[in-house]
Design a protein around this ligand. Structure first.
Ligand SMILES: NC(=O)c1ccc[n+]([C@@H]2O[C@H](COP(=O)([O-])OP(=O)(O)OC[C@H]3O[C@@H](n4cnc5c(N)ncnc54)[C@H](OP(=O)(O)O)[C@@H]3O)[C@@H](O)[C@H]2O)c1
Length: 353
């Protein structure tokens, strides 16, 4: 972890707690986003520092060496949204680390293109595609049935797929789409896979890709249910806040002695397809500005790869990571009662579907 990362995270925490104390949540969110932007721009000038690709290579090598000394069982991972951006780079690292990776994607053509690219870039073929549309609980359940029919272990589950700032849409089950895809789909997916993870002797890791944008999420169920209160940015924040609250509650339910760990993370502001719904995101000007204010998909995937592979995070559970450090999420994710309430609210939402 670099000094820059430590300074960014500890400054963020101080700002957050100060403004929360004054009940100024939006001011906190605004300043934290500004700190993130300054961090990204400064991080581009880390001359001589270890590049993030080298960090990924080290994590992969360290993991492979550890596995070889333990005897080579072929481990299995699932990455949702594996065909693009952060998910693609995470998949590549897990494939290189020796996992058999199930690429859980909604689009067969995009998945096929990603698999071709993966094979070209790694010269390996220990991956496969299985269809998963997180906007449909039926599709999530059919995915988990297919997975369990084929595999009897799951070592790493990276809940990565997501959409951001789309116009109001609903999933097949009538749930607001950002909440439905980013959080509820992964809630069902994870719960359906818990049993197979529990029976994986070496223990399993769940990695939930959240966002610093959870800091603009206002935890009010009305905002999830009422179309008239929909705001593209705030509702993205709510979906990512819910994902951290789910992480905290799941860790709590599994208990300290569980062989399964679950953590959430912010990947950084990353140059991917995510801003596709932002007006003018196709323009050359937007692309230029975004490229200055964002990091590469390899850097964006570093946190997911570290939480999936590193021995340094062994046994850590229920935490939220920003950059490579444990960070303090916004207040609702620190409130055990709210996290437990959200679990009940979500169960009711998906019941019978
Ligand atoms: N990029 C950033 O700055 C940033 C910052 C904070 C957090 N994140 C989070 O990082 C994660 C990865 O995003 P990214 O930046 O790599 O963006 P991306 O390139 O757009 O990748 C998103 C992935 O999610 C998939 N996806 C979307 N809806 C889906 C659905 N209904 N079912 C299954 N898969 C679906 C997409 O599939 P298609 O290709 O078929 O659309 C794509 O594979 C997201 O959760 C995002 O919220 C990103």
């Amino acid at each position: 972890m670099s000094d820059l990362e430590q300074i960014a995270v500890s400054t963020s925490e101080k700002v957050l707690l100060f403004f929360e104390g004054l009940n100024l949540h939006f001011a906190a969110a605004f300043i934290l986003h500004a700190i993130e932007l300054i961090y990204i721009i400064l991080s581009k000038f880390r001359f001589g520092a270890t590049t993030d690709q080298v960090k990924v290579d080290r994590l992969v090598l360290e993991y492979k060496t550890r596995q070889e000394s333990l005897g080579n069982v072929r481990k299995v991972a699932i990455v949702t949204g594996a065909n693009s951006g952060i998910g693609f780079e995470t998949t590549k690292a897990l494939v290189r680390a020796g996992f058999h990776v199930v690429m859980a994607c909604r689009n067969r053509i995009f998945a096929g293109q990603a698999m071709e690219k993966l094979e070209q870039q790694t010269d390996l073929n220990n991956f496969e595609f299985m269809e998963l549309d997180l906007a449909s609980i039926k599709s999530v359940k059919s995915f988990t049935e297919n997975f369990k029919a084929k595999f009897n272990r799951l070592d790493v589950l990276v809940n990565n797929a997501g959409v951001m700032a789309c116009p109001y849409q609903e999933t097949e089950d009538g749930i607001e789409a950002q909440f439905g895809v980013n959080y509820v789909g992964h809630f069902v997916l994870t719960n359906e896979l818990l049993e197979v993870m529990q029976s994986t002797a070496e223990g399993s890791r769940i990695v939930n890709v959240s966002s610093i944008a959870h800091r603009v999420g206002i935890y009010e169920t009305a905002r999830i249910l009422d179309k008239n209160l929909y705001n593209r940015v705030i509702n993205y924040g709510i979906s990512k806040l819910a994902f951290i609250m789910f992480t905290v509650e799941l860790a709590n339910r599994l208990g300290k002695d569980s062989k399964i760990t679950v953590n959430a993370l912010h990947p950084g502001v990353v140059d991917t397809n995510l801003p596709r719904y932002i007006p003018f995101s196709d323009s050359a000007f937007f692309k230029f500005i975004f490229s200055i204010c964002s990091v590469s998909p390899v850097t964006g995937a570093l946190n997911s790869i570290r939480l999936s592979l590193s021995s340094e995070v062994e046994g850590i559970t229920g935490k939220y990571f920003e950059h490579e450090c444990v960070s303090v999420p916004n207040a609702p994710a620190r409130d055990k009662k709210l996290c437990s309430d959200l679990w009940g609210f979500t169960e009711a939402m998906v019941k019978g579907k």
